[in-house]
Design a protein around this ligand. Structure first.
Ligand code: NAG
Ligand code: NAG
Ligand code: NAG
Ligand code: NAG
Ligand code: NAG
Length: 381
């Protein structure tokens, strides 16, 4: 048994450990920075080195992605991961200020059926959960993230609730047993709390999300793309004609009962391009005959900045959606720039959200948008 002094200092250390998840970074003397989550995903499959992450702009960095083995449901650590996981953790440990590290399981390219099967029995969920803990502890992560895109029906959604519950219980127990801080549990989710497309109507388990997750991260992007024959702002803050907007999505989460503080809003560092049918008809919703430059019409922010400069593009701030678009000849690109990112971050703050995240590191132009978002969050700038 310890003396009262050791007890008190232990208690203080615990308090510091438990409250230091969000606050760090450089702050000028005149303003007290807002706390909150400023996160970003690091795609392990790209060439952007983790060692060059400017950690003052972030609080949490996600390694993206790990996948469950389709037969065993244990996380499969590929030979690439075997190199990159320790590299990622090692690089970030060397950077100041420190950030928390999580790995994300799944991603847009992963097989949703595997997640559906994994989540369908208590036993398979436990194998998956145990494996996530084992990997997190082995490499020194502070949290785990699920990015199941997407639960396809109401059965998947109720199994997802069971998974969150079982996972959180296991994390609590493991922390108690090993005496380490509990691993964080977060999840990337659809921009809205319910699906009206891609299969039958279904809603996320808002109760389980509120109770068992540290936060959920609505992916407020990809609203429009190559599947459409008209131009669109793929991360529109507002849309007067449809529910496909960040304003609608975030409010649907709050309406569903998830506390605003547990929502971390997604921001894209990429845009979507189209080829205009008529260069003179070039607004949002203009007729398009296919995608423009980029990978299936996806252009990264730094590529957009360069392309706009090279092509002398006309750049427009669209007041309705609070987004940007540029056009030059038949090329049209919808994206976020400094002003729209600041507006979105202010929107997130005004609703009392827990923070924001970017997809993805390596896509910004000299940290321009990351810096703007961070300042807007911390100081309202
Ligand atoms: C997805 O996983 C399921 C179950 O393992 C498998 O049957 C299916 O072939 C997979 N689909 C693809 C596209 O790999
Ligand atoms: C998961 O881990 C716990 C704690 O170590 C252990 O008791 C349990 O048997 C494991 N379950 C599975 C399915 O691996
Ligand atoms: C938007 O969502 C609301 C429910 O949240 C629904 O009543 C309305 O019909 C939807 N509007 C459109 C255009 O889909
Ligand atoms: C887009 O395609 C739909 C159906 O294929 C068609 O009805 C519509 O007129 C097209 N719109 C434009 C702007 O070309
Ligand atoms: C771009 O615009 C500038 C000034 O408006 C002009 O001097 C230049 O020739 C233009 N370049 C191209 C590639 O159109």
């Amino acid at each position: 048994m310890g003396t009262p002094t050791t007890f008190i200092s232990l208690f203080l250390i615990l308090v510091i450990l438990c409250t230091s998840t969000v606050a760090n970074g450089d702050h000028p003397d005149h303003a007290k920075p807002s706390k909150g989550i400023r996160a970003a995903y690091w795609p392990s499959f790209n060439s952007f080195p983790a060692s060059s992450i400017q950690t003052s702009l972030f609080t949490h960095i996600y390694y993206a992605f790990l996948l469950p083995d389709p037969a065993t449901f244990k996380l499969s650590i590929t030979s690439d991961d075997q190199t990159k996981l320790p590299e990622f953790i090692g690089s970030l440990l060397n950077l100041t200020p420190p950030v928390k590290t999580l790995f994300s399981i799944g991603g847009g390219g992963s097989n949703a059926t595997v997640f559906s099967e994994m989540a369908s029995t208590k036993q398979s969920r436990q194998v998956f959960i145990n494996s996530s803990i084992e990997v997190a502890r082995k490499y020194g992560f502070q949290g785990v993230d699920l990015d199941w895109e997407f639960p396809a029906n109401v059965v998947d959604m109720s199994n997802l609730a069971l998974l969150y519950k079982q996972w959180r219980n296991s994390l609590d127990e493991e922390a108690k047993a090993c005496g380490k801080p509990r691993l964080l549990l977060t999840s990337a989710v659809y921009y809205a709390s319910e699906f009206q497309v891609y299969g039958g109507p279904r809603s996320y388990p808002a109760g389980a999300i509120s109770k068992y997750l540290d936060w959920a991260s609505p992916m407020c992007f990809d609203y429009h793309g190559s599947w459409e024959n008209f131009t669109g702002e793929h991360s529109a803050l507002y849309d007067s004609k449809s529910n496909i907007s960040t304003n609608y999505g975030i409010r649907s989460w709050i309406q569903a009962g998830v506390p605003a503080k547990k929502l971390v809003m997604g921001l894209p560092l990429y845009g979507k391009s189209w080829r205009l049918r008529d260069p003179k008809v070039n607004g949002v919703g203009a007729a398009a005959v296919g995608v423009g430059p980029g990978d299936d019409g996806i252009l990264l922010y730094y590529q957009i900045v360069e392309l706009n400069a090279q092509s002398n593009a006309t750049v427009v701030f669209d007041k309705q959606t609070k987004s940007y678009y540029s056009y030059s000849g038949t090329t049209w690109i919808g994206y976020d720039d400094v002003r729209s990112v600041a507006l979105k971050v202010r929107f997130a703050k005004s609703l009392g959200l827990g923070g924001y995240f970017f997809w993805a590191l390596g896509q910004d132009k000299d940290w321009t948008l990351s810096q703007k978002a961070s300042n807007a969050w911390k100081y309202g700038g």
